[in-house]
Design a protein around this ligand. Structure first.
Ligand SMILES: *[C@@H]1O[C@H](CO)[C@@H](O)[C@H](O)[C@H]1NC(C)=O
Ligand SMILES: *[C@@H]1O[C@H](CO)[C@@H](O)[C@H](O)[C@H]1NC(C)=O
Ligand SMILES: *[C@@H]1O[C@H](CO)[C@@H](O)[C@H](O)[C@H]1NC(C)=O
Ligand SMILES: *[C@@H]1O[C@H](CO)[C@@H](O)[C@H](O)[C@H]1NC(C)=O
Length: 356
């Protein structure tokens, strides 16, 4: 009699969802994707004046490429900086099937999460992000059937091996598209959703690229203005203008789920390319500041006004890098804390005013 009862209780505990994220209800919490070679959680926390909500790192996943000890090291640095969340982007470069992602790979990520959790650090696992975009092999090129099967297999295997289910969250995070001009074409999000049972947090990637070309392309027009147009975040998140009901990401994945799924901005920034603009240094700094500020203010104020977006957390992409751009390699400085001092000071003014 007692044993079955205990087993039932245990099953209920194991199946219970992760505890709700305790982010402040006002402004979204801020966290950072950092370049671990160029900066550290401690220096970012010092600049910010307090520990951010979370730090992120990208990890190759599959073919034994993920070393749990590396994740543990990162968790140690996060904890030393006074923060309590590490955001793992798992990039399955070796295929989505059981050759690309073997049981031993899933055991390795579970081991990594358990080690971080044992240090008191929460983990957010973002497996195979931006899957609804053409640029990663695990997304559009693989197809939604293969993607969803892999997502479910990884999440099920991971959860079965977690020592504390309440300290590791699974995040599903597609690329956000403008629905303008999309008309009644296919749903850009829903067909990639692995299902409520596998997803603890819903998020998305959305960058502002002030230099994006082809303004005549209606799909990119919203992104191509310089700076970000007013309401860009809320319009795109709401699928406006011109999107079908399926394009209202906030509604489909937030409201309809009665807050059971917090919504976060999983990756964002401004792809600022000073070299292409040719301003003098002062002009350049002023323009950088104003363009970046326009975007971070949309994020900081996302939960205000008549139609609050109720975003729990924003993960800023704090990188300075050369990457594949829209026309060849482009140098982009996304930084708001560790780059230009003027930009940093302006961000800190806004951030401290919003998040007491
Ligand atoms: C799991 O983590 C939560 C949150 O940190 C903690 O309150 C709880 O005691 C942990 N449970 C176990 C079994 O360690
Ligand atoms: C946002 O949160 C407020 C306060 O909890 C709530 O009244 C409102 O309905 C929420 N809006 C959305 C779009 O979730
Ligand atoms: C930023 O990146 C560019 C291009 O890779 C590089 O030339 C520059 O030195 C970097 N700046 C800093 C401060 O790291
Ligand atoms: C930028 O700020 C840092 C830290 O406050 C300071 O050490 C550095 O000298 C400043 N750089 C410039 C160019 O003002």
């Amino acid at each position: 009699m007692l044993l079955p009862l205990l087993l039932l209780l245990l099953a209920a505990l194991v199946a219970s969802p992760a505890r709700s994220l305790s982010f402040s209800p006002g402004s979204p919490a801020f966290g950072f994707h950092i370049d671990w070679g160029a900066t550290s959680p401690a220096s970012v926390g010092t600049i910010l004046g307090r520990p951010p909500a979370c730090f992120a790192e990208f990890y190759s996943f599959g073919a034994s490429s993920l070393d749990p000890a590396t994740v543990e090291q990162h968790a140690t640095l996060v904890k030393a900086a006074g923060a309590s969340c590490l955001f793992l982007s798992l990039e399955p470069w070796f295929g989505l099937d059981s050759k690309g992602i073997a049981g031993t790979d899933i055991a390795a990520i579970a081991d990594a999460c358990n080690r971080a959790n044992a240090l008191g650090v929460d983990i957010i696992v973002r497996f195979a992000h931006e899957m609804n975009a053409p640029w990663y092999p695990w997304g559009l090129p693989a197809g939604e059937g293969n993607y969803i099967a892999a997502y479910r297999r990884v999440v099920s295997g991971l959860r079965a091996q977690l020592k504390n289910r309440t300290m590791t969250y699974t995040l599903w995070a597609p690329q956000m598209w403008s629905c303008e001009g999309r008309g009644p074409v296919e749903d850009p999000y829903g067909r990639w959703y692995p299902g409520d049972d596998y997803v603890d947090i819903v998020g998305f990637s959305l960058f502002h690229f002030p230099t994006l070309p082809s303004p005549s392309n209606p799909l990119s027009r919203l992104f191509s203005q310089n700076p970000a147009p007013a309401g860009m975040l809320s319009n795109i998140l709401r699928g406006r203008p011109g999107g079908g009901a399926y394009c209202d990401f906030r509604n489909v994945f937030g409201d309809k789920k009665a807050f059971s799924k917090p919504i976060i901005v999983a990756e964002t920034g401004v792809g600022w390319s000073p070299a292409q603009k040719g301003e003098t240094s002062d002009q350049e700094q002023a323009l950088e500041l104003s363009i970046k500020r326009t975007w971070w203010r949309q994020l900081l104020f996302a939960n205000e006004g008549a139609n609050p977006l109720n975003i729990s957390m924003v993960m800023w992409f704090e990188f300075n890098k050369t990457e594949q751009g829209f026309s060849g390699m482009e140098y982009r400085d996304f930084r708001i804390l560790t780059g230009s001092n003027a930009t940093r000071d302006a961000f800190l003014d806004d951030y401290k005013a919003k998040t007491q």
